[in-house]
Write a protein that binds this ligand. Structure first.
Ligand SMILES: [Ca+2]
Length: 322
């Protein structure tokens, strides 16, 4: 079986870990490498969490440590959401798998040269690493098969400011580089898709435990702190898993119910800094003379409007059964 090739960029906390696990366990997918970015966690802890997850899956995927801070902004971590170690304070043992000290930019360059138009890039954290890569090798970036981004909010429900979702807000300048890259296959999985019915309910978490697998237990255990934050801070019904939802979109086309291409702009200053403005009615095309900021815009992003929550959850369960 020819496997689809994935490269994953992550600020590995608990929901990233589950997303990684899904890609590592998906039958027709090969993960070529994992790069770590500053975001939820400092890169040192993100690397530990990613390597622990890879070991749990009994795989040997290289982990490269990337940018330890955003391009312009100062760093802001999210240990208040995921717990100090990002993994629900489960005291997992240190991984034996060591980091690969190669420069992730040169590694990704070589991989794209080796497999042009074959690699799916999934980003689960701020876009610092990928923004830097795109700036350095803009033509090679276009030779990725597609890019699936967990980030932004197409309906402006911010989770870190009223306007902005955390991953984009952390490094808006990097997101701006990626969104303006002219790659035609960039998909934005907005944070709002991961709420409500996309949450794992108490019954669904019990179902995952009932599988009686290490991976199932790990999925719920390491997200205990995130569950508490999800319910008590966000007021959501269950456990929100944004990165796994984005990974499910990347893994399984049946997860997406409604999507369309639109121009998406990243706000770089003011109170809406980090906001993803989606031109839902494509007024930039139909009314190009009205506002200079929106004239001659292109539909640069594939925006997901609706997912099939059963399909996303089945995509997750499928990877936890062994
Ligand atoms: Ca993440």
């Amino acid at each position: 079986m020819t496997k689809r090739k994935f490269f994953i960029d992550t600020d590995t906390a608990s929901d990233d870990a589950v997303a990684l696990l899904m890609a590592l366990e998906y039958p027709d997918v090969e993960v070529l490498g994992v790069s770590i970015v500053s975001g939820n966690m400092p890169v040192e802890q993100g690397s530990i969490n990613a390597r622990y997850t890879i070991e749990l899956c009994e795989k040997e995927v290289p982990v490269y440590v990337g940018s330890d801070k955003p391009i312009v902004k100062k760093k802001e971590h999210a240990d208040w959401f995921h717990g100090p170690d990002g993994m629900g304070n489960m005291n997992y043992p240190p991984p034996k798998l060591s980091e690969d000290k190669s420069d992730y930019i040169e590694v990704l360059k070589s991989l794209i040269e080796k497999y042009p138009n074959e690699i799916t890039l999934v980003t689960l954290g701020p876009l610092t690493n990928i923004g830097k890569f795109t700036k350095e090798y803009p033509d090679l970036f276009l030779k990725l098969k597609n890019i699936v981004i967990m980030g932004g909010a197409s309906t402006t429900v911010g989770n870190v400011t009223p306007a902005a979702e955390y991953n984009i807000w952390c490094d808006p300048e990097a997101a701006d580089i990626v969104f303006k890259s002219n790659h035609h296959e960039i998909t934005m999985v907005g944070w709002e898709l991961c709420r409500g019915g996309a949450n794992l309910t108490e019954d669904e978490m019990d179902y995952v435990y009932s599988l009686k697998t290490r991976k199932g237990d790990f999925t719920i255990d390491c997200n205990k702190h995130a569950l508490d934050s999800s319910q008590n801070w966000l007021g959501d019904p269950g456990l929100g898993l944004p990165d796994p939802v984005a990974m499910a979109v990347a893994l399984n086309d049946d997860v997406v119910l409604k999507s369309d291409r639109h121009h998406v702009k990243i706000v770089l200053d003011g109170p809406a800094r980090g906001m993803t403005i989606v031109d839902e009615l494509n007024v930039g095309e139909s009314e190009p003379h009205i506002d200079e900021h929106w004239s001659h815009t292109t539909k640069n992003i594939n925006v997901i409007w609706e997912i099939d929550n059963n399909q996303w959850k089945e995509t997750l369960y499928k990877t936890l059964k062994n």
